[in-house]
Design a protein around this ligand. Structure first.
Ligand code: GCV
Length: 713
């Protein structure tokens, strides 16, 4: 039985680097329900992952409840032969950590209703040798570690675990994050400081921060991390560099997070001494095999590669008239004997499209290129598909390619770093968006088929697949640049594990784990987070218009004309008559025809297309009447004014927390929200003025006069 003590001050200064793993001490009343917890830990094995599990459990219990658990090294046990280092039986009430096969050596009759597999775990109170034991078991050591984090989360959230019996299986086998870190230490689209891995072209000497990151990732069930930019520097594959990358793998290993590398297809030529990188050339295949063998000698548990090819200036198989499948397979075959996988990105498009041709459509590219290749990728290739057909805009429909690869493994790529959604200088909790994406029903063959089911391989019975998040954490103490943005990383992992969790429950949990359980804090932050995506959308890109940001520059400031008259294809087609891309089959680009028929039917017709995606799919006049009963132009004005007002209101909501949240985070977040309120006004005025000048139709409510005087009459 543990002797409970308690008491950290909720107002102690916080930098945020503990993220959601602060394990704040529970108060006496909260802690009282854990009085009967075991006071020892029996760990059945000594792998690095199990050691992390044991130490995490001990540290979490100590911080939240006070007592120091006796680890099995402290427990006197007779030892037998080769088992000498393992304690084999609990000698008192214990936490028991170990795989199910280990557990069965002491509880041979144990028969769970359903055995955990893969990364799944089982938390169960059991009598073993007459002792009450809280068992954390799984098929693998990594599953045990996930079980420990789940148990600690329950304690942090005050859940009763006295008779716990919980089996959890992750929805998808692969739950990875990508980092877009350059070897010089900068991070492409990173807003949380420099790289935790690299500085000045080398792997950092001090990898303490990388180890902390691996722990954070493990706590939310993330099992892989590609550590460098998909715009890959071929030097990542220098033999000497691989040796230093193995140091990163060493700090990730105890947390069960496999590392992976983003690689450049031209490496055999640019780095090696070949005169070609043609994927069907035998010398190229041999080059990849040798390189991969070298990596596995240094990093035996290496996860694999991520590849961006034929995209935004990257080398690709088109240089030799080969297909994306040719490129993927030559590398996948080198990884296969070692158990590695290749995430091959479907973000392949021509960024020199002729904007004058109204039938051209960047949104069609991924499906047009990859769907015809379905079935020709090896089984350790996973096609990594951005959630929407363009590029992480504030609102996009789900990419139709997710339903278009019945014979190929696939993963959905989400963006945790807020490239187009405020760059962590504005609040935008993306979990509600991702929950919509993962639970969107593609109606494959007219049957229920959510994106979550598709990427997990449940619809087409595929062996591999998953969810990838572009995280881009950095050295900033808050990891992502502001403490509230970290809810996106937490929510990503939780949804990747279980896509049926609600955004509200994730926001609520994250807030309690990060800021404690003061009801005012929990209510206020949860509410702010939950409204932030639609608020951001309302003043930056309503009605599915796509991006109105400066797309040729910083992807942040308003710059609605930058989307037009260039080859990037992020067009909104606004002119004096109307706005929106006609992507219908009947009169437009035909993009809608890439969806399964049930979904296509909804989007094709103005009568059924939802308002929030109208301008993504249709070009309409400014006076087109929305389902909500107002015109498109008036919606633009209302949405921007309403959004700016709501962003302003974020400040007063936050100010309610003065004296409740520690001063450091209180002030930092207040400054951010004040700034956001100002930015929302800049957006409102820029976009309203722009659309007024284009359409010539004034705001019915006369609000723009107040800003710009007679100029806008
Ligand atoms: C890493 C967008 C971003 C690029 C990014 C690219 C990608 O275009 O602006 O910075 O490159 O997506 O996902 O490959």
């Amino acid at each position: 039985m543990v002797a409970i003590s308690s008491g950290a001050s909720p107002l102690a200064a916080e930098t945020g680097d503990d993220a959601w793993l602060g394990y704040t001490a529970l108060d006496k009343e909260q802690a009282s329900i854990y009085e009967n917890l075991p006071s020892s830990v029996l760990t059945m094995g000594d792998s690095p992952v199990l050691k992390s599990a044991q130490q995490e459990l001990a540290a979490g219990v100590k911080k939240m409840l006070g007592p120091t658990l006796h680890l099995d090294a402290d427990v006197a046990q007779p030892s037998v032969g080769s088992q000498a280092r393992h304690v084999r039986n609990p000698v008192g009430d214990s936490f028991v950590l170990g795989t199910l096969s280990e557990l069965k050596t002491i509880v041979p009759k144990l028969k769970p209703a359903r055995e955990p597999s893969g990364d799944g775990y089982w938390l169960k109170v059991l009598r073993i040798n007459g002792h009450k034991c809280l068992v954390i078991t799984a098929a693998t050591d990594r599953g045990v570690l996930y079980g420990v984090f789940a148990l600690l989360r329950k304690i942090a959230l005050g859940e009763d675990i006295s008779a716990v019996d919980e089996m959890q299986q992750p929805s998808a086998p692969l739950r990875w994050v990508d980092q877009w870190d350059n070897l010089d230490g900068r991070i492409e689209r990173g807003y949380g400081g420099p790289s935790i891995y690299f500085a000045d072209g080398k792997v950092r000497d001090d990898l303490g921060r990388a180890a902390e990151y691996a722990r954070l990732l493990a706590s939310i069930g993330v099992n892989g991390c590609a550590i460098n930019n998909v715009n890959a520097d071929p030097h990542i594959l220098d033999d000497a560099f691989i040796t230093s990358v193995s140091r990163i793998a060493n700090v990730f290993r105890p947390w069960g997070v496999q590392i992976a590398l983003a690689v450049d297809l031209s490496s055999p030529k640019t780095l090696g001494d070949l005169d070609t990188f043609d994927p069907i050339d035998q010398r190229v295949a041999a080059w990849w095999q040798k390189k991969v063998d070298t990596i596995y000698r240094e990093i035996p548990d290496f996860g694999g590669f991520v590849m961006k090819a034929d995209s935004e200036g990257r080398a690709g198989p088109s240089a030799y008239g080969r297909t994306q499948a040719d490129a993927a397979n030559v590398i996948a075959r080198a990884l296969k004997p070692h158990g590695g996988v290749l995430f091959y990105r479907a973000f392949v498009y021509n960024h020199h499209l002729d904007w004058r041709n109204l039938k051209n459509d960047r949104a069609k590219a991924a499906y047009d290129i990859f769907h015809p290749l379905d079935g020709s990728f090896d089984d350790n290739v996973i096609i990594q598909i951005k959630n929407g057909p363009i590029d992480f805009q504030v609102r996009e429909p789900v990419s139709p390619l997710l339903a278009g690869l019945p014979h190929t493994n696939e993963a959905v790529e989400l963006q945790i770093t807020q490239e187009y959604t405020g760059q962590q200088r504005q609040l935008c909790f993306l979990v509600p968006m991702w929950a919509e994406v993962l639970n969107f029903d593609m109606r494959v063959n007219g049957n229920p088929s959510t994106v979550a089911d598709l990427v997990a391989g449940r619809v087409f019975h595929r062996p591999a697949g998953g969810v990838v998040g572009v995280a881009n954490v950095g050295m900033d103490p808050t990891w992502l640049g502001n403490s509230l943005a970290l809810a996106n990383l937490y929510g990503f992992g939780r949804l990747a594990w279980n896509p049926t969790l609600s955004a509200e429950s994730i926001a609520n949990q994250w807030t309690r784990l990060t800021f404690g359980s003061d009801p005012l804090i929990v209510q206020t932050i949860t509410k702010l987070q939950l409204s932030s995506w639609t608020v951001y959308e309302s003043y930056t890109g309503p009605l599915g218009v796509g991006t109105l940001t400066n797309i040729t520059g910083n992807h942040y400031d308003p710059g609605p004309e930058s989307s037009e008259r260039n080859g990037w294809g992020q067009w909104h087609r606004a002119d004096h008559e109307g706005i929106g891309m006609d992507r219908t089959v009947a009169t437009g680009t035909g993009f809608i025809g890439q969806y399964p028929p049930d979904v296509a039917k909804i989007y094709e017709s103005l009568a059924t297309c939802p308002d929030n995606l109208l301008l993504f799919f249709h070009h309409v006049s400014y006076t087109h009447m929305l389902h909500s009963g107002i015109t498109v132009i008036q919606y633009f004005y209302d949405s921007h004014y309403d959004g700016a007002e709501r962003a302003h209101d974020f400040v007063s909501q936050w100010m309610e927390l003065r004296g409740h949240v520690d001063q450091q985070r209180y002030s930092e977040i207040l400054a951010m929200l004040n700034y956001q309120a100002g930015e929302a006004i800049v957006w409102r005025d820029t976009i309203c003025q722009w659309i007024y000048e284009l359409s010539g139709i004034p705001d019915q409510k006369g609000r723009m006069k107040a800003i710009s005087g007679d100029y806008l009459r």
